[in-house]
Design a protein around this ligand. Structure first.
Ligand SMILES: C[S@@+](CC[C@H](N)C(=O)[O-])C[C@H]1O[C@@H](n2cnc3c(N)ncnc32)[C@H](O)[C@@H]1O
Length: 280
């Protein structure tokens, strides 16, 4: 017989912590998730149970790093290269050509990846830029990737991917051109890896590393985890920092509908691409 390893009160405490700190909603019945994500921490810390971990955190005497580790463990870092394909096609065939035309005089382009995870998304775009828009490499091209998960960011910074990870979405041509086999893994070449600046940042807090306006914002497959007030707040902040002719990409299951009507679908709504609506 299976036993529930997370007491209701501990689940409630973790759920409140994750909502307050990250804006992430853990629905009732997600105790299995709390269990599977926190048990490795319980073991590592030599604690007896999740209850003991929660109790320690509740005292306020736990090291900051432990709370951070718990929050990090509760994030879902699922991602793939060229995830969903269409957004990257829209980017390559329409969005980048338009922005290059519009920014040709200033030769400056800024892209923000707001939930970078382990890096597959920004590195997919960087390979597209390198292979199809070499002109941009001579511009002031700023690409910043942020995520609240230090664990995911460390992996992104390393640019080292398993066979399984490169098998998911990455065409063989790109693998051979941009990676080197190292043992069981594939190491991304430095010219692509260095195109992205990676910073730890909580979307549900201050955004110290995000300054000025951005031409493209990728915020894909992260808002789905947030409650409506958090989604609205983040959408509003992105609206304010998006260039008037800039583009925002959302995940396939995400929309601005009922969250911020100042956005409108762009490029025929393909690939979750949005822009600022014309003022009425
Ligand atoms: C499912 S991944 C999406 C990765 C990528 N954008 C994609 O679409 O493939 C979601 C990412 O959002 C991050 N995340 C969750 N809550 C966050 C928050 N409050 N602030 C910043 N990043 C957060 C997680 O750490 C995770 O890496």
């Amino acid at each position: 017989m299976s036993t529930v390893a997370v007491a209701k009160s501990s689940f409630g405490w973790v759920r409140d912590l994750v909502l307050t700190e990250l804006g992430i909603v853990l629905d009732e019945g997600k105790d299995y998730l709390v269990e599977s994500r926190l048990l490795p921490i319980v073991k590592r810390e030599g604690l007896e149970s999740i209850e003991a971990l929660v109790l320690l955190l509740k005292t306020g005497r736990a090291p900051v790093a432990l709370k951070r580790a718990v929050l990090d463990a509760m994030t879902t870092n699922e991602t793939t290269f060229l995830r969903d394909t269409t957004p990257f096609e829209v980017l390559q065939t329409s969005v980048l050509p338009k922005l290059i035309e519009a920014r040709r005089a200033k030769r400056k382009l800024r892209i923000w990846y707001a939930a970078t995870s382990t890096g597959q998304e920004p590195y997919s775009v960087s390979m597209i830029i390198n292979d199809h828009f070499p002109e941009l490499l001579g511009w002031n091209l700023e690409q910043i990737g942020t995520d609240v998960s230090r664990h995911a960011l460390d992996r992104a910074k390393a640019g080292r991917f398993s066979q399984l990870e490169v098998n998911r979405g990455l065409p063989a041509k790109l693998l051979i051109k941009h990676f080197k086999k190292e043992g069981q893994d594939w190491q991304l070449n430095d010219n692509i890896r260095k195109m992205i600046r990676l910073e730890e940042m909580n979307l549900n807090g201050a955004w110290p590393v995000i300054t000025g306006t951005y031409d493209i914002v990728f915020i894909r497959n992260v808002l789905i985890y947030f409650d409506v007030p958090a989604k609205k707040k983040i959408m509003g902040r992105i609206y304010d920092l998006l260039a008037p002719d800039g583009f925002m990409f959302l995940g396939a299951a995400e929309t601005t509908l009922n969250l911020d009507e100042r956005f409108t679908r762009a490029e025929g709504g393909r690939g979750g691409c949005y822009k600022r609506a014309e003022p009425r």
